[in-house]
Ligand binder design. Sequence first.
Ligand SMILES: CC(C)(COP(=O)(O)OP(=O)(O)OC[C@H]1O[C@@H](n2cnc3c(N)ncnc32)[C@H](O)[C@@H]1OP(=O)(O)O)[C@@H](O)C(=O)NCCC(=O)NCCS
Length: 168
Amino acid sequence: MLRVTVDHAVIRPAAAGDADAIAVIYNEGLEERVATFETTPRTTEDAAAWLAEGLPFVVAEANGEVVGFARLSAYSDRCVYGGVGEHGVYVAREARGQSLGRRLLDALASVAEQAGYYKLTSRIFTDNEASLAAHRAAGFEEVGVQRRHGKLDGRWKDCMLVEKHLGA
Ligand SMILES: CC(C)(COP(=O)(O)OP(=O)(O)OC[C@H]1O[C@@H](n2cnc3c(N)ncnc32)[C@H](O)[C@@H]1OP(=O)(O)O)[C@@H](O)C(=O)NCCC(=O)NCCS
């Protein structure tokens, strides 16, 4: 597999022009069937709509290319949960294993905290070792396993619920 070195990668807020790269990187994780229950690839327009939501969203850029992203989406439409963000993190295949996942999660937590969120949470397939490890490295707690939480390609999947409290 082609690898890119990302020692000098910068993490920055996502911009409208990143939509194409974000869709490509998301679809890599979707195709691997490790990251999400979704099975329909996303388009550039889908990614542009995520960006247009205006929620905390960061990308990693190396050599002028976007090589990863972390984004927050609404956890619930109940106002009591307005300070809880559900998040996703995706790194391009050729750039994995170089701390970008952890750095993106750290940056997203920081941006979310500044935006007034008090918690980030996500569900991770229990066989997604890389994501579990990256979340542990970024200080997320494993709250518990949700068994048979949904089916992917006809097979039940267990999910680890993770969370990180932001601020004091
Ligand atoms: C999950 C993902 C974002 C992690 O990003 P990454 O840049 O490869 O991870 P990092 O390099 O930051 O790794 C962070 C830690 O996890 C460990 N790790 C990374 N990949 C690992 C793997 N496959 N197995 C075990 N540990 C792993 C690293 O050793 C590191 O630990 P350390 O800080 O103690 O050294 C990336 O693998 C990915 O995009 N996967 C596909 C999409 C996906 O699954 N997204 C998450 C959906 S919940």
